[in-house]
Design a protein around this ligand. Structure first.
Ligand code: MRU
Length: 355
């Protein structure tokens, strides 16, 4: 039986605080993290309590609502409140560099606040508008993911096995999911879908989160070590590889969790379609190619250890890039709320690049 409402309540607002499902403790515990100021929300983003490109965007939008709410409690005038908000916007923007949804959401909500202040709005009226805009970012994300889920479902046979990487599910978004949203869409369309989930070293988003949410939704899921992906593909057990993305450049190069690029190479080798499922907020018209995408490098300690146990010798170094870039030529199609976008991407990406 499902333990949460669906779409999952990944990010919310309660009594002047941003409330998140704490993804660092899943699947052991279902716990909530309450952020009462923006630095606390920034820590939640950096520690991956809230993670996944669209979910980070939704959380950041709510972070600006929180910032305005706190500024209002200090009795500032709206010009000073805007400075306070701008400072918090900078803090949120500095949390993680790769997912463009973060910057997209901050720009969207930040520019609304600036516009309303310029128009002479009062603190309370602007606060309500900012919170409503954050709520819209969340609701639109769910709607986009539902739409892309329906579009992607049509690509799958009635009985299909999908391989995915990391967690591009409800937990990574406003609650419905992108790559895993296609699985939910196919289920809603009456198809029988089985999922192989890469465990996704070093932080195990596949093993911990994708497996948890698919099981929660009653979908057959098998976790494999990342290194087993080649074998399931060679055995002909996979109908489609579907991943999410953190930023898609204008030419279609797509950044996603480290280990996605090798999956795309393997899919091409075994003639299995490789799809990237993402809402419009993940496409970045200002980044021409994947080479320009900034790849977050995380603490080597995440590679040195397995859980709390160090597994590498003290003398060994570790390198921990959080994302890689899959070249557009390896992507069979993008699954978006505008439908399935196939090559040539210079033509088909038009609707998602026009913001
Ligand atoms: O480091 P994470 O867990 O935030 O990485 C998440 C991913 O790479 C997801 O695949 C991506 O954000 C798409 S989420 C719909």
């Amino acid at each position: 039986m499902s333990s949460l409402p669906f779409p999952f309540p990944v990010v919310g607002w309660d009594n002047g605080e941003v409330v998140l499902i704490d993804q660092t403790v899943l699947p052991d515990r279902l716990a909530w993290r309450r952020c009462s100021d923006v630095p606390a929300l920034c820590r939640a983003i950096v520690e991956l309590a809230v993670r996944g490109a669209p979910a980070i965007g939704v959380a950041a939008a709510h972070g600006l609502a929180l910032s305005w709410h706190l500024a209002a409690q200090r009795g500032m005038d709206t010009t000073a409140m805007l400075e306070y908000l701008e400072n918090d916007r900078r803090l949120l923007a500095a949390t993680r560099p790769t997912a463009v949804n973060l910057f997209w959401a901050l720009d969207r909500v930040g520019s609304l606040a600036r516009r309303l202040v310029a128009q002479g709005g009062g603190p309370e009226q602007i606060g309500t508008a900012i919170l409503m805009e954050a709520r819209k970012v969340l609701e639109e994300d769910i709607a986009m993911c539902r739409a892309l889920g329906r579009a992607g479902a049509e690509l799958l046979p009635d009985v299909a096995t999908v391989l995915t990487h990391c967690n591009a599910g409800g937990l990574a978004t406003g609650g419905y999911g992108t790559a895993v949203g296609v699985v939910y869409g196919a289920k809603e369309a009456g198809k029988t879908i089985r999922v192989f989930a890469d465990e996704t070293r070093p932080l195990l988003q596949g093993a911990r989160l994708t497996a948890w949410e698919l099981a929660d939704q009653g979908i057959d899921v098998t976790v494999i070590c990342d290194s087993a992906a080649a074998t399931v593909l060679r055995q002909g057990r996979i109908d489609a590889v579907i991943t999410g993305a953190d930023r898609i450049a204008a030419n279609g190069d797509a950044a996603n969790k480290i280990g996605t690029y090798p999956l795309a190479v393997l899919a091409a080798r075994h003639a299995v379609p490789f799809y990237v499922a993402a809402p419009g907020s993940t496409f970045d018209p200002d980044t021409p190619t994947g080479e320009k995408i900034i790849i977050e490098e995380r603490d080597p300690a995440e590679v040195h250890s397995w859980g709390q146990t160090r597994v590498t010798p003290e003398t060994a170094a570790a390198w921990n890039p959080a994302f890689d870039v899959t070249p557009a030529e390896l992507i069979t199609a993008f699954i978006t709320e505008h439908g399935v976008l196939k090559p040539p991407f210079s033509e088909s990406l038009g609707p998602v690049l026009a913001r």
